[in-house]
Each structure stands twice: as structure tokens, then as C-alpha cells.
Design a protein around this ligand. Sequence first.
Ligand SMILES: Nc1ncnc2c1ncn2[C@@H]1O[C@H](COP(=O)(O)OP(=O)(O)O)[C@@H](O)[C@H]1O
Ligand SMILES: Cc1cn([C@H]2C[C@H](O)[C@@H](COP(=O)(O)OP(=O)(O)O)O2)c(=O)[nH]c1=O
Length: 197
Amino acid sequence: MLITLEGLDGSGKTTVWEALQDVYPDATFTREPTDSWYGEAVARSMGDSEADPLAELFLYTADHANHLSETVRPALADGDLVVSDRYSDSRFAYQGATLARTDADIKRPLEYVRGIHAAFSRPPDATIYLDLDPETAAERAGRTDKFERDGYLAAVRDNYERLIDAEPGRFHRVDATRAPEDVVARVEEVVAGLVDR
Ligand SMILES: Nc1ncnc2c1ncn2[C@@H]1O[C@H](COP(=O)(O)OP(=O)(O)O)[C@@H](O)[C@H]1O
Ligand SMILES: Cc1cn([C@H]2C[C@H](O)[C@@H](COP(=O)(O)OP(=O)(O)O)O2)c(=O)[nH]c1=O
């Protein structure tokens, strides 16, 4: 089973992902961007305020393809529980928002990015969405990079809402404004329900 964690920067994904490792020591814990050289190329692009947004989309997508073949598919084939801190929905929400703001002339960016993934990706079985307002998210994340400006995060959040509307059965919304221990407890409850199903 593939479970993904999604949400704005600073929503608490990494905190939850680390806590789950104590509960499921035999599961495969992974993340995007990965620490492969593809992920390093992504990090380089993220650090460049002049990076071409379409080129950046394809770097993230290349990292995803390699993540699938190197980590996700083999672990699933072994029958592992796989928990990924960010996955394809991050591309749909973030690059969907980025492309909407550029003059790349892509009419329906979120749908376009989804379409690119449809041919090769492995959709998550379930996705936990840590729901947080953009202002708190930017504050918690320290507003350190170009993705964390309030307006941008608001657009990303709107895209996540569209994804949830489209697949309400896959997404499990968790209120990320609560204290970390409450958020962790709620996520553990949701994951336990999914794994026992
Ligand atoms: N529920 C919470 N309430 C307040 N602060 C939190 C909460 N969860 C995480 N944090 C803090 O917010 C920052 C970002 O958390 P992190 O887990 O790295 O989020 P993400 O991986 O989604 O960016 C960290 O400083 C973390 O300690
Ligand atoms: C995986 C992924 C991440 N991102 C962005 C979200 C984050 O701003 C940034 C780095 O992700 P990450 O290291 O997970 O940041 P955080 O823990 O703060 O959420 O990359 C995308 O824009 N598209 C993607 O496909």
C-alpha cells in the first residue's frame, strides 16, 4: 500500500513522517524530492530564482520517474507499506500554480501536469492532506525560498482543494493547525485504519 503525505510547506509533513517510522519500523519511508542526483538537480533549480518553470516541472517529474523505478515499485512489489513525504500531488498543486503564473501559455496547467503523470505514474492508495492556511505555513517554513510567498501558497492550496474535490475518497484531511502531538495522533489513527482495512 502506498500512502502519501501532502500539504503546504511547514504543514508538518516531515514531523508526521518521522513519527510514523516508530510505529511502522518495517515500512519503506521515502520522499520527494529524493536524494538522488535527479533530486539534486531539482534542488539546484529551486535555488535559482530565474529557473524556467517548465524545465523545473520536468526535473521534478524526472525525479519522480526515478523514485518510482528505484524505490516505490520495488517496495510495493515486496509487499511493503510505503509512506512518501510528498509525491505526485505536490507537482499537480505546486507546478500547476507556477505554470498558471507564467507566460508558458498552458491553458489548464493542473490538468496538464496530471496528464504527464497519467502514462507512467503509480497513484497513491491514500493521501493524508495536512490542512494549513498559507500565512501560518509560510511562517512555520520560515519563508526561505521562492515557493513560500503567501500568494503563491494560497494558489497551491486552491489546487490541493481541487484535487480533493476530484478524488474525495483518496484524501484524508487532517487539521494541521492543532498541536504537533494532536496532529501526529490523528495521522496515526488514519494510517492504522488504512492498514487494517
Ligand atoms: N502542528 C504543529 N504546530 C506547530 N508547529 C509545527 C507543527 N508541526 C510542525 N511544526 C513546526 O513547523 C516547522 C515545519 O514542520 P515540518 O514537519 O518540517 O513541515 P513540512 O515537512 O510540512 O515542511 C518545524 O519547525 C516544525 O517543528
Ligand atoms: C515534490 C515537489 C516539491 N515541490 C516544492 C515544495 C517545497 O516548497 C519544496 C521542497 O519540498 P520539501 O523539501 O518537501 O519542503 P517542505 O518540507 O518545506 O514541504 O519543493 C514542488 O514544487 N513540486 C514537487 O513536485
